[in-house]
Design a binder for this molecule. Structure first.
Ligand SMILES: NC(=O)c1ccc[n+]([C@@H]2O[C@H](COP(=O)([O-])OP(=O)(O)OC[C@H]3O[C@@H](n4cnc5c(N)ncnc54)[C@H](O)[C@@H]3O)[C@@H](O)[C@H]2O)c1
Length: 417
């Protein structure tokens, strides 16, 4: 990631939004900083008998508008400033789509591909034990992020429930449906990305049907978005993962590709008539209507922003575009749906999951999908209105809307003590 610092990125965009939105700065220092940062050291016995100690964090950015909420990332490059940025983005995101949560994020510095399943389970249980005093259904609710999934949430739920002597389903979201998870949660972030693309395309007189889409990252967000785009008659012309990319001008067969990947196939070894192997950068810069970065931070930056050939960027990942690249895209007239809106589908359905857990109730998939689309459509209308009123990008509009809501809540709550 070089010298790029996502935490500086989010703070600098917040500063700009405060100025453009002419927001009263009285409470701003509070929201700029996280409320609590916890560092943990996690001793884990490897299958070989060796003991390794992993570093982990939980950063609780804000609970002004509701319990802390945010995913857990397992990655070899995880560091405190990345987790701080991700926690702040969660606070902003929940405020943008107006759900009653604050923001948090957790992470462990580990490459999970180097661990066996049993080692991964022991690491997850030890991490849950270490942050157990901080989390709970009305305190802080973790969820999946990069390299974590429903299985890891099941281990977290079980560890927390064991420590508390009762079944505590509301402590994590993104759980398997069989363990009080919500229908539609696994694909929710990808679905939200597609909803964002549809709303933006419609605003510009276009439809999803026939639109060409390129997607960077083929994990939970990118893979599900690809499938849903495909089912809504968009043409997915290029996809990539960490190993490389593939491109096909008249659209890849995403259903067949997804099935192949699910069965353990490698994306770069995918064989489809007319498909060619390309680099990850080629996918970012290929000609398409909508580009969806759905991997990590800092992927669209000063080096490649001028080379993008899309009309729209829909940020599936958190923080994929740097501040410098944002300015370049704006100058070039490329319209961007910002992460704090475009990937909010995950936390919105996490909220539905939590509501179902608290009520000990279960909704069907169609209800979840309709309610997700409803919340995102309402939020989009408010962002468009703010962007037109303030003459600013949708990212700036989203930050302005979120900061106003957060700072107003802070003001009427008053400062403790
Ligand atoms: N999972 C969620 O519900 C959720 C919700 C909101 C936002 N996000 C964000 O979306 C992004 C992806 O998360 P995910 O859950 O899909 O993770 P994941 O681990 O399921 O998938 C990540 C994908 O990105 C690929 N990748 C990594 N580096 C790459 C590179 N340089 N070029 C191309 N591909 C690369 C990986 O190979 C993998 O396919 C992250 O920024 C995450 O914070 C996730």
């Amino acid at each position: 990631m070089g010298s790029y610092d996502p935490y500086e990125n989010v703070k600098s965009v917040m500063e700009q939004a405060m100025t453009i939105g002419k927001i009263d700065r009285a409470m701003f220092e509070i929201i700029k900083n996280p409320q609590r940062e916890t560092k943990v050291y996690l001793p884990v016995e490897m299958d070989s008998g060796e003991i390794r100690v992993f570093e982990g964090w939980r950063v609780q950015h804000s609970n002004i508008r509701g319990p802390f909420k945010g995913g857990v990332r397992y990655h070899q490059d995880c560091n405190l400033n990345e987790i701080r940025a991700l926690a702040a983005w969660m606070t902003l995101k929940c405020a943008v789509v107006n759900i009653p949560y604050g923001g948090a994020k957790g992470g462990v510095r580990v490459d999970p591909a180097t661990l066996s399943e049993r080692e991964l389970c022991r690491l997850t249980r030890r991490y849950t034990y270490a942050i157990e005093p901080l989390i709970g259904s009305d305190k802080d609710i973790p969820a999946p992020d990069v390299n974590t999934n429903a299985q890891i949430m099941a281990w977290m739920l079980d560890t927390y429930s064991m420590l508390n002597g009762r079944h505590c389903p509301g402590v994590v979201t993104g759980k398997p449906v069989e363990l009080s998870g919500s229908r539609g949660r696994t694909s929710a972030t990808g679905r939200g990305v597609v909803i964002s693309a549809k709303l933006i395309l419609e605003k510009y007189g276009r439809t999803l049907a026939g639109a060409t889409v390129a997607i960077q990252g083929f994990g939970n967000v990118g893979g599900n978005a690809a499938r849903i785009f495909h089912h809504q008659d968009a043409r997915v012309v290029a996809v990539s993962d960490i190993s490389g990319g593939i491109r096909k001008a008249d659209g890849l067969d995403i259903d067949a590709l997804s099935l192949y990947i699910e069965k353990g196939g490698k994306l770069t070894e995918w064989n489809e008539p007319g498909a060619e192997r390309v680099s990850c950068q080629d996918v970012l810069t290929c000609k398409c209507d909508a580009l969806v970065p759905a991997a990590l931070e800092n992927e669209i930056n000063e080096q490649n922003a001028d080379a993008l050939q899309c009309r729209f960027v829909i940020e599936g990942a958190n923080g994929p575009t740097t501040v410098e690249a944002d300015a370049i895209l704006e100058r070039r007239g490329i319209v961007l749906a910002p992460d704090v809106f475009a990937n909010s589908g995950g936390v919105i359905v996490s909220y539905f999951e939590w509501v179902q857990n608290v009520q000990e109730f279960s909704w069907d998939r169609d209800r979840v999908k309709l309610m997700l689309e409803d919340i995102m459509t309402q939020a989009f209308a408010i962002l468009m209105e703010e962007s037109e009123k303030s003459g600013c990008s949708l990212r700036m509009a989203a930050y302005i809307v979120a900061l106003r809501r957060l700072l107003y809540a802070e003001k009427i709550k008053g400062l403790f003590p």
